[in-house]
Write a protein that binds this ligand. Structure first.
Ligand SMILES: Nc1nc2c(c(=O)[nH]1)N(C=O)[C@@H](CNc1ccc(C(=O)N[C@@H](CCC(=O)O)C(=O)O)cc1)CN2
Ligand SMILES: Nc1ncnc2c1ncn2[C@@H]1O[C@H](COP(=O)(O)OP(=O)(O)OP(=O)(O)O)[C@@H](O)[C@H]1O
Length: 191
């Protein structure tokens, strides 16, 4: 879901100190929810622009024995691949000038336990407004056809100010399981 009108650079956004406090608090929320247990395979992202930064969460995860993966945008199609972040990776600039891992140990989207996602906006139904590439919707489309919940769990990271009244959803739009803001936790009542 994309909205040209949604501008995350507006001055009502947080100060650097407030952003840091939220990003640090999200790492604690994730730990308390059991999303950073040793041995889990967890995907996050390299933040772009004013997106919520998951770096503190990733550092906490790695130091606690969690396997952390980052997305790679495919040359063709819209299905992301995920590569493990470790001390040996080389980096490259991907589309939208987002840093990506050049190579590394891959993980299929179905084998991930938790996916932390960036977003521009979200509503109380846990609908997500993304950058408009459709990559996350397409990659995790397989979750739509399930009656019983299975992994991966999808967790949006956002500042409170990114909460909006109601988003117009398309059939392909993902519903998230949780949204964490550091201050609040939004849970999907159907999961
Ligand atoms: N930090 C961060 N990483 C992320 C995402 C994100 O939203 N934030 N993504 C979230 O998905 C993926 C990258 N998002 C992308 C979004 C648009 C285009 C892009 O090239 N758009 C073209 C049109 C492409 C097309 O429609 O086929 C364009 O803008 O001209 C590429 C990557 C994976 N990594
Ligand atoms: N499951 C799918 N199958 C085919 N096309 C899809 C699917 N999901 C999304 N798309 C296509 O991707 C386009 C962009 O979708 P949308 O605007 O919802 O992306 P987004 O969620 O904002 O992006 P992103 O997940 O990359 O941040 C849509 O116009 C649609 O054509």
């Amino acid at each position: 879901m994309r909205s040209a009108a949604f501008d995350t650079s507006c001055s009502c956004f947080n100060t650097p100190l407030e952003r840091h406090a939220a990003e640090s608090a999200v790492a604690i929320q994730a730990k308390q929810l059991g999303l950073l247990r040793r041995g889990l395979k967890v995907a996050a992202y390299v933040p772009a622009g004013s997106e919520f930064s998951p770096w503190l969460l990733m550092l906490r995860a790695i130091s606690g024995g969690v396997e952390v993966y980052l997305p790679q945008v495919p040359k063709r199609g819209r299905k992301l691949t995920f590569v493990r972040l470790d001390a040996k990776n080389r980096w490259k600039l991907g589309p939208q000038n987002i840093l990506e891992l050049q190579s590394g140990v891959p993980c299929s989207p179905r084998d991930l336990d938790i996916v932390f996602l960036p977003l521009l906006g979200f509503d109380s139904n846990l609908a997500r407004l993304g950058q408009g590439g459709g990559y996350y919707d397409c990659t995790f489309e397989f979750r739509r056809w399930r009656r019983v919940w299975k992994k991966p769990r999808l967790v949006g990271l956002a500042f409170d100010v990114q909460h909006v009244e109601q988003l117009a959803v398309d059939t392909w739009d993902l519903r998230l399981d949780y949204i964490l803001s550091g201050q609040r936790i939004w849970r999907n009542p159907n999961r």
